[in-house]
Design a protein around this ligand. Structure first.
Ligand code: EPU
Length: 338
């Protein structure tokens, strides 16, 4: 079913709570609605969004926003391994809750992340040592360029840290469903600092127990978008090549910084953007309507509830410039600007 509304206020549809308007908003419930919508309205200035938890409206959107309400969770068992096929419009966190209820492991570390399933696959959401790409088998989508429905394997999706072909192809693909791999055999991922003591408590670990701990951890650091507008981490954590890291250490060491937090990844050395932003003096700073969260400076907030996209981008640019001046590192937003 297709429901069309004209001239819509987008404030309730983005977790930043930014006021902006779009010319047309379409909800749809069936995959077959998509070709119908593109036939009626074309593909020019057609934007597919999920829960609006990873975007920033910088101005009114003069085009059509489409929002999947395709639901469904179908779990198929093959030995100890299960696959779950999930409609793009399902709230991903509700899906995690249901899978944890069934005692299935694999996505519990992604608990508490706001947003819809389709967007989770586009964004390659990640937290506490797990990225959704680690469990993705296939992604079903509609290719607006060829007008065909296709199924992509995880490899086809070109996943990287918070990136995918979906993010890099200018909204060509509209995700309709994803299939993830889950396991009934206990396979907790507790390497992340703050989780490793879970295994020492003596309590039998279940996916739900890990989920609860993850949600507790997130709540200590991240603001609830229902109360304070935000889009989670605003910036990506920068990843430096060996050469860049060497240069960075020399210059930061020269400025008196020691014990700089860092993590080795296959792509290079990851420096927490939160640390760079905190050292640049922004932690907890409020500038007009926009601010930097006092418990996690990677998160920008709509401090008064009245911030415009421009207020947030002004603060974003100030942070980027300051971190670059102090550390020679260019921060990149992970939030999509529209
Ligand atoms: N840190 C500071 N000051 C602070 C907070 C953190 O210096 O006030 C430094 C510390 O060194 C800390 C490090 O930053 O060890 C890492 O902080 P944290 O564990 O909170 O994680 P993060 O790197 O800031 C990433 C993801 C989050 C995800 C967490 C947990 C990105 C951009 N963000 O944040 O994802 O929840 O790890 O795995 O990769 C999101 O994408 O929206 C998101 C919230």
């Amino acid at each position: 079913m297709i429901t069309v509304r004209e001239n819509i206020d987008l404030k309730p549809f983005n977790t930043f709570g930014i006021q902006a308007r779009c010319d047309r908003w379409i909800d749809y419930t069936e995959t077959s609605d998509i070709p119908e919508i593109t036939k009626r309205y074309g593909t020019y200035r057609l934007l597919s969004i999920g829960g609006g938890s990873n975007l920033l409206f910088t101005r009114d959107f003069h085009g059509t926003i489409i929002h999947s309400r395709i639901t469904g969770l179908k779990i198929t068992k093959k030995g100890a391994v299960h696959t779950a096929t999930i409609g793009a419009g399902e709230r991903f966190d509700s899906v995690i809750d249901r899978c944890c209820d069934d005692g299935l492991w694999g996505i519990e570390n992604l608990s508490g992340i706001p947003g819809d399933t389709g967007a989770a696959a586009v964004q390659n959401i990640g937290a506490y040592g797990v990225e959704i790409k680690d469990v993705i088998e296939t992604v079903d989508c509609y290719d607006t360029l060829t007008g065909k429905f296709i199924t992509l394997t995880c490899d086809d999706c070109g996943y990287g840290y918070r990136s995918s072909i979906f993010k890099n192809s200018d909204h060509r693909f509209i995700v309709t469903a994803i299939t993830v791999r889950l396991n009934e055999k206990p396979s907790p991922r507790l390497e992340y600092a703050g989780l490793n003591n879970l295994s020492e408590t003596g309590i039998r670990l279940t996916p739900h127990r890990v989920r609860e701990e993850i949600i507790r951890l997130r709540d200590t650091k991240l603001p609830d978008p229902a109360t304070i507008g935000n889009a989670g981490s605003f910036f990506k954590n920068p990843v430096l090549s060996a050469e860049e890291y060497d240069l960075f250490l020399k210059s930061a060491g020269g400025s008196g910084y020691t014990d700089i937090p860092h993590y080795d990844t296959p792509q290079g050395t990851k420096i927490p953007a939160a640390w760079l932003i905190e050292q640049s003096g922004f932690k907890g700073r409020i500038t007009g309507n926009a601010g930097v969260w006092h418990k996690q400076p990677l998160v920008l907030i709509n401090a008064t509830g009245h911030a415009t996209g421009q207020d947030i981008t002004n603060l974003e640019n100030e942070i980027i410039q300051s971190v670059y001046k102090n550390f020679g590192i260019h921060l990149h937003p992970e939030v999509e600007h529209i």
